[in-house]
Ligand binder design. Structure first.
Ligand code: PXP
Length: 247
C-alpha cells in the first residue's frame, strides 16, 4: 500500500495568524497518527511563517510514526536538522515571496553544493529526499549526489487535472511522471510525490508503479475545517488504500 504523510504546516499557519499558542501542532499530529497517517511532515521555512523551531523539537519527542522535515539547503536550517535528527529530510527550493513551494529543486544546477548537504545529513543517520519536478535528468542527478529518495512535485499534475484530464498537458505531465518514476526505480531511489494532491486527483497518481508515499497538506487541513482532522485523514487514507496497486 502507498503510505500517507500528512503535512500539518497549515495548523501552524492558523496559530501564527494570531501569534497564539493554539491550535497545537502536537495535538494535530497525534490525531493524524490516530487516523492512520504514516508520517508527519513540516516545513521549517527560513521566514518561519508557520512552523517554528519549537514545533520541530516538540514533534520529534511526541511522534509515534516518522518525522519528515522539509527544508531549504541552507546552513541555518541544516544545523537544526542535524540537531533534531528527523527520520527524513526533504530538500526543497525556497523563495521568500512564494505562497507555497513553486517548482522542484534544480539538482542538476547545484550538484556540488547539494551533495555536501546530503552527505552531512546522511552521516547523521537521516534519510534524504529531494523535491524535484518530473524530469529524468533531475532524477539522475539525485542518484549521482547520493540521495535516498525523490519526491516528485505534483503541482503541475494537480493544475492540469483541474483544467481537464483529457488535455494534452495532463497527458504529457503524466508521461513525465511515469518516466521520472521509472528512472527512480532503476536507480534504486525511493519514490514519493506531493503538492496539490487532493481527494479528486489522488486516484490517477496512485497508478504510478513503485510509489512509496504521498505527502499531502492543504487539501486535508482544508477538509478538516468542516469534518475534523481525523475524518479528513481517514478519508484520504481510505482512498489511497482503495486505489493503491496490490503489493
Ligand atoms: N511536499 C512538499 C515538498 C511540499 O513543499 C509541500 C507543500 O508544503 C507538500 C508536499 C504538500 O503540498 P500540499 O499542501 O499542496 O498538499
Amino acid at each position: 500500500m502507498i503510505k500517507l504523510g500528512v503535512n500539518i504546516d497549515h495548523v501552524a499557519t492558523i496559530r501564527q495568524a494570531r501569534k497564539e499558542d493554539f491550535p497545537s501542532v502536537i495535538e494535530a499530529a497525534a490525531l493524524c497518527e490516530k487516523a492512520g497517517a504514516d508520517s508527519i511532515t513540516v516545513h521549517l521555512r527560513e521566514d518561519r511563517r508557520h512552523i517554528q523551531d519549537k514545533d520541530v523539537y516538540g514533534l520529534r519527542k511526541s511522534l509515534k510514526t516518522k518525522l519528515n522535515l522539509e527544508m531549504a539547503a541552507n546552513e541555518e536550517i541544516a544545523a537544526i536538522a542535524l540537531d533534531v535528527k528527523p527520520d527524513y529530510v526533504c530538500l526543497v527550493p525556497e523563495k521568500r515571496q512564494e505562497l507555497t513551494t513553486e517548482g522542484g529543486l534544480d539538482v542538476c544546477a547545484q550538484k556540488e553544493k547539494l551533495s555536501q548537504v546530503v552527505k552531512r545529513l546522511k552521516h547523521a543517520g537521516i534519510i534524504v529526499s529531494m523535491f524535484i519536478d518530473a524530469d529524468i535528468e533531475q532524477v539522475k542527478a539525485c542518484g549521482d549526489i547520493g540521495a535516498d529518495c525523490i519526491e516528485i512535485h505534483t503541482g503541475k499534475y494537480a493544475r492540469y487535472f483541474k483544467e481537464g484530464i483529457f488535455s494534452k498537458e495532463f497527458e504529457l505531465e503524466n508521461k513525465r511522471i511515469f518516466e521520472a518514476s521509472s528512472e527512480a526505480f532503476s536507480k534504486g531511489l525511493v519514490l514519493n510525490a506531493g503538492h496539490g494532491l487532493d481527494y479528486d486527483n489522488i486516484e490517477k497518481i496512485c497508478k504510478i508503479n513503485a510509489m512509496n508515499e504521498f505527502n499531502i497538506g492543504f487539501a486535508i487541513i482544508a477538509k478538516a475545517l468542516f469534518c475534523g482532522i481525523e475524518k479528513a485523514v481517514k478519508d484520504m487514507k481510505d482512498l489511497i488504500n482503495k486505489f493503491s496497486p496490490e503489493k
